[in-house]
Design a binder for this molecule. Structure first.
Ligand SMILES: [Zn+2]
Length: 338
């Protein structure tokens, strides 16, 4: 018996039923990384419960995301009906811009989509902010801000995203995610800080400073690459774990000194956040190390990283140390003009 096919059909029914069945079968479709023990009897019970709960004809939910599938069904072995597995991580790649628009956005979407195919993420790209409602975001565990710029969300949409993180979900900010939403204080804390400026695109050396962190898994201690290297308004908050720094002696135009942060992660307001300033250039999204970094980051913010690596760096101290109050005292929000 092909349970995989069975499950696909079940999920179509469930999607049509919406919230009523979600409440009854949280074991399968609750938010996050709920493990499900795919026992056949449970499946049957769930289908019956779902059909009872859902008297209306099944219909696909409306969605503002692009055509990429929202719901790749989990694969299960026909011979291992009691095997423990995980639901796929559902990733919203959001790329709305209200300022500068990076040419690398399309290849960035392709790269994350390819990561999804490799690791089992269900990737949905969109630049339509109307998906930022409680219901719209309920279909995801991770939101990626891929080179977003400017003020891109209305107040109600911001509230939906705050609720999304408070529900224990994850955020990944890429490059100009720190050139985004300057007036939204909560977001500033989520992403860590804002960009201050940058020199011309050029090569530089990246040093990994938290080699034991799951996001750094598989990355070398140092590597050279080309990018548009951001200087930041200030260093990220004290609770942030700086994962990688830039060696300012290897390029021109760095203004942050010996420990120039370039990639970091932290737990914030119930969820997890990752940010890397890398990713301006189109070439970034074909670099194996950068792709590895993004894949690890999506896993970690989703909680999968914790499950896989059995490590929790949630309350790790900043690699920089120092007095957070002094660093954050002048945390005013002002517009960065390119
Ligand atoms: Zn850029």
């Amino acid at each position: 018996m092909d349970n995989s096919a069975d499950f696909t059909h079940l999920k179509q029914i469930v999607l049509g039923c919406g919230l009523s069945l979600r409440a009854q079968s949280g074991e399968w479709f609750g938010k996050g990384r709920v493990r499900f023990h795919l026992v056949r009897q449970s499946l049957i019970i769930g289908v019956v419960a779902g059909l009872v709960a859902c008297s209306a004809p099944a219909a696909q939910p409306t969605s503002s995301v692009d055509s990429t599938s929202l719901s790749t069904p989990p694969t299960t072995s026909p011979t291992q009906t009691t095997a423990t597995t995980t639901t796929p991580i559902r990733v919203l790649v959001f790329y709305k811009t209200a300022g500068f628009r990076h040419d690398s956005i399309p290849v960035g979407i392709e790269a994350v989509t390819a990561l999804g195919e490799e690791h089992g993420f269900a990737v949905s790209p969109s630049d339509d902010a109307s998906i930022f409602t409680e219901a719209g975001l309920s279909g995801f565990e991770v939101i990626v801000f891929l080179n977003t710029t400017g003020d891109i969300l209305e107040s109600s949409e911001e509230q939906a995203m705050e609720g999304f993180i408070r529900d224990g979900n994850g955020f990944v900010g890429i490059h100009s995610a720190t050139d985004t939403e300057y007036a939204w204080a909560w977001y500033g804390e989520l992403v860590g800080t804002y960009v201050e400026g940058h020199p011309a695109i050029q090569p530089a050396t990246v040093n990994i400073v938290a080699p034991g962190h799951p996001i750094m898994d598989g990355l070398p201690a140092a590597f050279d690459r080309v990018d548009e290297w951001y200087n930041f308004r200030d260093v990220p908050e004290a609770e942030v774990t700086v994962l990688a720094t830039l060696d300012e002696t290897t390029y021109q135009g760095g203004t942050m000194g010996e420990d120039h942060p370039i990639t970091w992660a932290h737990e914030y307001d119930g969820g997890r956040s990752f940010y890397t300033a890398m990713g301006h250039t189109e070439e970034s999204y074909t670099e194996p190390l950068f792709i590895k970094l993004l894949g690890n980051a999506i896993l970690w913010v989703s909680g999968e990283g914790q499950l896989r690596f059995r490590q929790d760096f949630g309350s790790a101290e900043s690699a920089r140390g120092g007095d957070p109050a002094a660093r954050n005292g002048a945390h005013e929000r002002r517009r960065f003009s390119r």
